[in-house]
Design a binder for this molecule. Structure first.
Ligand code: KIV
Ligand code: ZN
Length: 390
């Protein structure tokens, strides 16, 4: 089995459909350009039946990036599939992604259909989609809570009908890694090399990334994810975390993606500037504090040898440089280094004086001091000492 894992980005679809994340067509196009630069394998641009904007977004992304595999989502029914196919008509590499719920909970309360009906509708939708495009993906919504025998049966049926990718979502983020790995392993076993098995995890229990990793170990070769982990409710698998785990720990996860990781930070920044919120400061890989070291002991070790406290070179994800936060826990070493970086060569007594004034201010703060404030403190000290400021 190949060790190449395909990255299916759904920032513009699952991500976009969550609160505070709506994007206009020009915004989706701007974000799509960044995702293309990042090297995602499949770019899901919308759910065309859902709105005119989604339809236009799929069409616009297909026209603008004809060499990219663009996906459009459709429920497993004629209207949706036809609409998605129409939105993809300018794409050179269209993927039609059709889904239907398969769990008993969804069948009983939402669809009010039998397993047989769902199976027949899934097969019919895939057959219809195949009349329009070669590349069809089928998703068994709420797959992780679906009866294992039925999941296997429907997976085999949609592949026989022409699906090339079978996605088993953990739609409500309920699964745990060992269990999800087992579910995926069984589908992988059943399909052999007739289709790529894909995973799509939600983060309701904070397990979207661990579940996706377990799935890859069980044989899944497509991961559906989003920038900054945005998506329905608690979000989807975070693209940047997933990719960097595979890159940082090949000893445990011997798989690779086609992502150009040096664009991860700018992709995160761009998304934050388009939607209404950014990642939390302590978010792995792209959070403001992801490469910040504040504790004096950490700063001392980091300054002596970066690998003491840094497992990823910030430049490898596009963050200019690991920057020490100068706050109340910081030590002299870090303050001296920042002064040197800011172009000031302080004597020991100047540093002592600066450090005293710096800690007095930092002690009363929750946040660290900004570079401009450090410079102001240096200037104030030099005035007191009678040294020319410039
Ligand atoms: O979470 C989910 O099940 C989905 C499917 C439509 C793929 O988003
Ligand atoms: Zn989803």
């Amino acid at each position: 089995m190949s060790d190449r894992v395909y990255i299916f980005d759904t920032t513009l679809r699952d991500g976009e459909q969550s609160p505070g994340c709506s994007m206009t067509v020009p915004e989706k196009l701007r974000m799509a350009r960044k995702l293309v630069e990042l090297g995602v394998d499949v770019l899901e641009a919308g759910f065309p039946i859902a709105s005119e904007g989604d339809f236009e977004a799929v069409e616009a992304v297909s026209r603008e990036f004809p060499w990219v595999q663009v996906a459009a989502l459709a429920r497993s029914c004629t209207l949706d599939v036809e609409r998605a196919a129409q939105s993809l008509r300018h794409a050179r590499r269209p993927r039609l992604h059709t889904f239907i719920a398969t769990s008993e909970i969804h069948l009983k309360h939402k669809l009010k259909k039998t397993r047989q009906q769902v199976l027949e509708e899934a097969v019919a939708a895939v057959e219809l989609a195949r009349r329009h495009v070669d590349d069809v993906e089928f998703s068994a919504e709420d797959g992780s809570r679906t009866d294992a025998d039925f999941l296997e049966q429907i997976s085999k049926a949609v592949v026989a009908a022409g699906a090339r990718t079978v996605n088993i979502p953990d739609t409500v983020g309920f699964s745990v890694p060992a269990e999800y790995g087992e579910i995926i392993g069984r589908v992988v076993q059943a399909l052999g090399d007739c289709a790529v098995v894909s995973v799509h995890c939600h983060d309701d229990l904070g397990l979207a990334v661990p579940n996706s990793l377990a799935a890859v170990q069980a044989g899944a070769r497509q991961i559906e994810c989003t920038i900054n982990g945005i998506g329905e409710r608690a979000g989807n698998t975070s693209l940047e975390e997933m990719v960097m785990i595979l890159k940082t720990r090949p000893d445990c996860y011997p798989y690779h993606t086609g992502i150009h990781t040096e664009h991860l930070y700018s992709a995160s920044q761009m998304l934050s500037s388009i939607i209404t919120f950014g990642p939390q400061p302590n978010k792995a890989i792209v959070g403001r504090n992801a490469f910040a070291h504040e504790a004096g002991i950490h700063q001392d070790g980091y300054l002596k040898e970066k690998s003491t406290y840094e497992i990823i070179d910030p430049r490898s994800v596009g963050v200019p440089e690991g920057k020490l936060v100068l706050g109340k826990h910081s030590g002299r070493h870090a303050l001296l280094k920042r002064c040197q970086d800011l172009g000031f060569d302080l004597s020991k007594s100047e540093l002592d004086d600066l450090y005293h004034r710096f800690t007095t201010i930092a002690d009363q703060r929750k946040k660290g001091l900004m570079d401009e404030e450090i410079v102001a403190l240096i200037h104030a000290g030099q005035k007191v000492l009678g040294v020319a400021a410039d």
